[in-house]
Design a protein around this ligand. Structure first.
Ligand code: T3D
Length: 261
């Protein structure tokens, strides 16, 4: 049996999911899509897993859809079905999973790979990493949420230019445009990303899940609707043990020991 296309490493409170086809810059296959979905579902079902870290093995993060052998003689490509069956459920899961998902972009992120990175909650990038909306280069339109994330993160003008040119964006420029949280030296990427994952995993997990829900809901909400949402979320989270623990720890001048409850 061949090596798995997604390597899952368990640490205290979090899991690292590493896309693992380094000889193809971790280009997505159906198998990789299925393994990534299974890894996300298993993480979500494990109460001890309170954060996720997504990265790639080798010199690339992910080169998007594997383009080898995608055309079958006599058949019309059914890309709508591919998106509906594989990519869109994965994107929804990344956004809806009620725990922080950090992305450590270790190298080139192209096509679907770039947009998977943008779908994550906090994105760190190695200084040598880059982002390419490669779709136009092969006569497609951006998918995997690219036309949703780019204008929201970087503005319409930059989104349009990135999507229409397919130009390579350096990690430094991606940081400047607000596509990533932080660029770090290559050797510091995984130490920094695992520190962040461990720290978030020790946080008030339900709060973090609801923060994610509220921030992502905001771009489609009016202020009035968002204030209502915040009221509803605060009403629920205020009943939880971590709120009591957070306030007690503050008053007792000690570090809180959150249970994620
Ligand atoms: O089709 C559908 O189902 C719809 C969904 C579409 C979603 C998408 O993601 S569409 C976009 C697909 N991705 C691309 O168009 C990117 C293609 N790759 C590149 O443009 C370049 O590889 C990069 C700019 C990403 C990196 O360039 P470079 O020079 O650093 O590396 P390289 O030499 O091109 O790649 C290294 C190897 O990986 C190479 O194989 P080889 O020659 O050593 O045997 C290359 O062919 C392979 N590789 C890279 N990307 C892909 C790939 N093989 C298959 N599919 C790829 N996407």
């Amino acid at each position: 049996m061949g090596e798995t296309t997604v390597l899952v490493t368990r640490a205290e409170g979090y899991r690292t999911l590493a896309l693992n086809r380094p000889e193809r810059l971790n280009a997505f296959t159906g198998e990789m899509n299925r393994e990534l979905m299974a890894a996300l579902q298993e993480a979500e079902a494990d109460p001890n897993c309170r954060a996720l870290l997504l990265t790639g093995t080798g010199r690339g993060f992910c080169a998007g859809q594997d383009l080898e052998g995608i055309f079958v003689e006599g058949e019309t490509p059914a890309l709508g079905r591919t998106l509906e069956t594989f990519y869109n459920p994965l994107l929804r899961k990344l956004r809806d999973i009620p725990m922080p998902v950090i992305c450590a972009v270790n190298g080139v992120a192209a096509g679907a790979g770039a947009n998977f990175a943008l779908a994550c909650d906090i994105v760190l990038a190695a200084r040598s990493a880059s982002f390419i909306q490669a779709f136009v280069k092969i006569g497609l339109v951006p998918d995997c949420g690219g036309t949703y994330f780019l204008p929201r993160l970087a503005g319409t003008q930059r989104a349009m230019a990135l999507a229409m040119t397919g130009d390579r964006l350096s990690a430094a420029d991606a940081e400047r445009m607000g596509l990533v949280w932080k660029v770090v030296d290559d050797g510091q990427l995984m130490p920094e990303a695992t520190r962040l994952a461990a720290s978030l995993a020790a946080g008030p997990t339900r709060s973090l899940g609801l923060i994610k829900q509220a921030i992502y809901a905001s771009s489609g909400n009016t202020l009035a609707a968002q204030l209502d949402l915040e009221r509803n979320l605060q009403r629920e989270i205020g009943k939880g043990a971590d709120y009591r623990e957070g306030v007690s720890a503050f008053l007792e001048k000690r570090e809180p020991a959150f249970k994620g409850a």
